[in-house]
Design a protein around this ligand. Structure first.
Ligand code: UD1
Length: 422
């Protein structure tokens, strides 16, 4: 196991930081390569452990997988329908294997995802969608066993859940419906940029999908898909994390490169509301830090609202900003494991249900802290850069699930941190 020692101090970041390809786009897109026997080439797949687990699952299913830097080549000529429990249990996103396996083979056995520290994460909507298409679904012995007695048949399916739309649920249904008979209409679809990216890739493979990025997606089934090449979109959550890093710790300003600013509107709005200046120029965003950062109100919601995956990092900024801030997470109401750790560093914050109330500005001091999940660990790295002294972040494997070499990238713009084996 590894830990990260962050040496904090006055704001010192400067220069340019490059954003990697999106983790959350790469995972379903890699799963979608199973929909064809032909070779697919996916570019800018980030070197993060979730993407690496996905590649391991593909090869254990029988696909031929090659990786050279960010380029992944998959040929899934002959594949099995049984996913290996030992890898699937490590990554919840492996549920998005269900759609492609059912569409290609008419059956799937996928281990149920394990518990998740950010709260209850059911897959009822995924299963409802597949049943509506005509699949028989059994949950037994820790596995979801899916069988398609006849062909999958398209129909109108409402995917709206009590917490709004589901991203991977929309992905699963979209992938399954590409090879179904007739037309499938998804009402209450997720509109995240990663859903559009997957639809773009599927269309390159010969699928007929319209409406991705809206709440209503229409998929006209085709009999076969073919190989395709695709470059995944920039990771908007990694980019957002660096925007917050700039607002917290830039000496004056920091440039974040290879971004889609249109995917980051809600995050940029909060950074501006807290007093920092954001300048967008093509694929680059410059954040100029103010010394008088103000508190703000944020509430997470489905895209284009503020992303739950940026909640912890933005809270770190609000902790050192002046005034009372409120942070409401309506998507994952239990996703506040970072609060006690930030409190150990001096943050003044109280939780009331799905809301955190932050009283700033706090002056932070370094402390040993525990990373509890991917985005919470990023929040601790950000806070550590502004804390006095050393912050020791344990369980670093969480951050490596979704950030490509975050320590090296931040060191490249002047941060002081070092990885150590425990
Ligand atoms: C994806 C992202 C994750 C992000 C989340 C919300 C990937 C790989 N992961 O996860 O980083 O935090 O979107 O933006 O893209 N729900 C149900 N029933 C279901 C499915 C979901 O009730 O069958 C609920 C969830 O508990 C949650 C909400 O719907 O409250 C949204 O979850 P969902 O969009 O499905 O998250 P993921 O797709 O798993």
């Amino acid at each position: 196991m590894e830990k990260l020692i962050v040496t904090g101090g006055p704001p010192s970041l400067k220069g340019t930081i490059n954003v990697s390809g999106s983790k959350n786009s790469s995972l379903p897109i890699l799963a979608a390569t199973l929909l064809t026997k032909d070779q697919c080439v996916i570019r800018r797949v980030p070197d993060v452990s979730d993407a690496n687990y996905m590649l391991q699952i593909l090869s254990q299913l029988g696909a031929d997988v090659e990786r050279a830097s960010g380029n992944v080549i998959v040929s899934a000529e002959k594949i099995s329908h049984q996913t290996p429990y030992d890898i699937v249990r490590k990554m919840r996103a492996s549920v998005c294997m269900m759609g492609p396996l059912v569409a290609r083979l008419g059956k799937a056995e996928v281990s149920l995802p394990g518990g998740c520290v950010i709260g209850d994460r059911p897959i009822d909507l995924h299963l409802h969608a597949l049943k509506e298409l005509g699949a028989k679904v059994d949950v037994t012995g820790g596995y979801v066993i899916i069988d398609v007695p006849k062909d999958l048949e398209g129909k109108e399916i409402n995917l709206r859940g009590k917490f709004g739309s589901t991203v991977l649920g929309t992905d699963n249904l979209m992938m399954a419906a590409t090879l179904a008979k007739g037309t499938t209409i998804i009402e209450g679809a997720a509109a995240e940029p990663e859903v559009i990216d997957l639809a773009d890739f599927l269309n390159k493979m010969g699928a007929k999908i319209t409406g991705a990025g809206t709440r209503r997606i229409e998929i006209e089934g085709v009999s076969e898909l073919h190989g395709a090449e695709h470059t995944v979109i920039p990771d908007r959550i990694e980019a957002g994390t660096f925007l917050v890093a700039a607002a917290m710790a830039a000496e004056k300003s920091l440039n974040i490169n290879r971004v889609r600013a249109d995917h980051l509107k809600a995050v940029i709005e909060v950074i501006e509301a807290s007093g920092h200046v954001v300048t967008v120029s093509g694929e680059s965003i410059e954040v100029t830090r103010t010394n008088n950062s103000r508190g703000a109100k944020i509430q997470t919601g489905p895209y284009p609202e503020f992303p739950t995956d940026m909640q912890a990092q933005m809270t770190a900024l609000l902790v050192i900003s002046d005034g009372i801030s409120t942070v409401v997470d309506t998507i994952f109401p239990e996703r506040f494991m970072h609060l006690p750790e930030l409190q150990r560093m001096g943050a003044v914050v109280e939780r009331q249900g799905n809301t955190a109330i932050v009283e700033g500005p706090a002056s932070l001091t370094g402390a040993p802290v525990m990373a509890s999940d991917l985005r919470a660990s990023a929040a601790l790295v950000l806070a550590g850069m502004r804390a006095k002294g050393e912050t020791e972040i344990n369980r670093l494997y969480h951050i490596d699930r979704g950030y490509e070499h975050i320590d090296e990238k931040l060191i490249g713009v002047g941060a002081r941190m070092e990885r150590k084996r425990v």
